[in-house]
Ligand binder design. Structure first.
Ligand code: SF4
Ligand code: SF4
Ligand code: SF4
Length: 163
């Protein structure tokens, strides 16, 4: 894994697995992991709040201590490890509404590089929500408030000016 891998998304992936595998005997494992997963989903969708980090830690420690078997006892580990070593990524998702690895779809920013844009207008014609503006032969712009991050313009631009 390198810096194109989002650590919050990674923790969510592993937690999703343990939620599916929990047999349901212990309440902290059965319900606590679901609550943790919901918080991670909220963060990766750009709706995280600062207090979510504390909630995650509290839930994780309770689940570790109060679960009967190894699955529940280790389920929170990916969350705790990533929070320990990549806390800045959690903070970027919550405070700046950005995914440093540019992996979380809801937080992806689609941008046109004005140096590469030739103003051909192909992206503008293909945008399903008319989020792109610009004059012929002039650098075009994307309105982030309108863009639904479908990625069409990225694949259509013949000059690879959109990323
Ligand atoms: S900790 Fe083990 S026994 Fe308890 S609910 Fe989870 S999987 Fe089942
Ligand atoms: S398709 Fe590419 S080169 Fe053409 S206007 Fe859009 S960003 Fe610029
Ligand atoms: S990503 Fe989709 S919605 Fe956003 S500007 Fe490009 S084509 Fe339009």
């Amino acid at each position: 894994m390198d810096d194109t891998k989002c650590m919050v998304n990674l923790a969510k992936f592993y937690l999703g697995f343990t939620v599916d595998e929990s047999c349901g005997k212990c309440t902290p494992c059965r319900i606590g992991t679901k609550r943790m997963l919901e918080i991670l989903e909220k963060i990766t969708e750009g709706n995280g709040e600062t207090e979510d980090l504390e909630k995650l830690e509290r839930l994780a420690k309770t689940i570790q201590k109060a679960s009967v078997c190894g699955l529940g006892q280790t389920a929170p580990n990916p969350v705790l490890s990533t929070m320990k070593y990549f806390r800045d990524e959690y903070v970027a998702h919550i405070r700046d509404k950005k995914c440093p690895a540019n992996e979380c779809k809801a937080l992806k920013a689609i941008q046109i590089d004005p140096e590469k844009c030739k103003g051909c207008g192909i992206c503008k014609k293909n945008c399903p929500v008319n989020a792109i503006t610009g004059e012929v032969k002039q650098p075009h712009k994307i309105d982030e408030d309108i863009c639904i991050k479908c990625g069409t313009c990225v694949s259509k631009c013949p000059f690879k000016a959109i990323s």
